[in-house]
Ligand binder design. Sequence first.
Ligand code: EPU
Length: 423
Amino acid sequence: MARYEINGGRPLTGTVTISGAKNAAVAILPAALLVSGRCRIENVPDISDVRILLNILEGMGAKVELPEPEVVEIDCSDVQRTEPDAELVRQMRASYYLMGALLGRFGKAHVALPGGCNFASRPIDQHIKGFLGLGAQVDETEEYVALEPGEEGLRGNRISLDMASVGATVNIMLAATLIPGQTIIENAAKEPHIVDLANFLNTMGARVSGAGTDTVKIKGVNSLRGGTYAIIPDQIEAGTYLAAVTATGGNVLVRNVIPKHLDCITTKLQEMGAKVVCYDDAVRIIRSEPLRRTTVKTHPYPGFPTDMQAQVCVCMAMANGVSLLTESVYETRFFGYCEELESMGANIKINGKTATVTGVEQLYGATVFAHDLRAGAALVIAGLAAEGTTYVENIHFIERGYENLVEKLTALGADIRRVEDET
Ligand code: EPU
């Protein structure tokens, strides 16, 4: 087992370059299953979720090459298997995108139910509703989902989601791309990675319109051709560095970002006392004044992201006054990390969907446990801002989604090391 050892209390200064978006990469790589030919995908983050996904695709017969850092060349023309390796599938959440991609490509799929971050109950009923709407017959057990064409075959349809689910929107887009007829997704998710997936599919010859609004239209085409595509920068990785500087103080240029994607985050950090300057593809953040309280409620994009809830909570924990943090995407997401922050001296009271965070002057180093990816990132931020030494355990969660976290933070002046257990 490995852990991070952090000696906190140093402001962050310098420049950090943001990697490609995890949640776009984990949708776009399965989308390559729909393509007859070779896809060159650039700006792919080197994180464990991507490595697992590439292993799954290779196991199904995809040819995968990594010709240079952050570039994946993938050719799925020879894929035959419609049942990806169950053990690998259970290691990550987004492996459920194989369902939509395989349904679109082969008209059938047999995919184990996914694992990943279980910070809340994460049903997939809206994905299933989408597959049924496209004419699939669905066999869902506690272990797997099996899909095949229903009696009338697969065809485009109007599908109205009960909630704007990112995963269901992606899965329906993947399935519908090669299914005859027009599919209209109503109440679609609008997150930047939905737009990125649409742009990837369209680059390869698909006919997807409306991505980024709440109505996405997909006109089924016969085939997709290969091509080159670069994944967008990671909104949440960028937000995590912005929150880290807000917590520790300092002055950092965050490069390779789309500033518009960060508006919902920087607005709140500015309210808390950070200064933010936006450039074309970079954002500078400076925090020298004491932190002020604020109120944050998470929402689907373009609202404040649930994936930034834990990181902003750390800033609140050290702000003057009482902050309110409300989660409205998942029924709760405070599980685990708030208790860990309290062991570092934070004062947090949770009442249902709202955490009341009373700022303290100082957090103190402790041994803390990551329970999921973003909660883990928040504990790293807390360790950077705390007085003394923090050990963050369970870092495999963090490594699922943050490329070169230790290297990037070290370059900003942090004192952080990855320590392996001696065995
Ligand atoms: N929901 C349902 N039924 C469904 C699908 C979703 O009830 O069939 C509910 C969920 O329980 C939740 C809400 O709808 O309350 C939104 O869930 P959504 O489907 O949008 O989330 P997701 O697709 O499972 C993606 C990201 C998450 C991120 C959420 C919300 C990926 C691979 N994952 O999850 O990212 O928190 O959207 O923005 O894109 C992370 O990166 O750490 C992460 C967890």
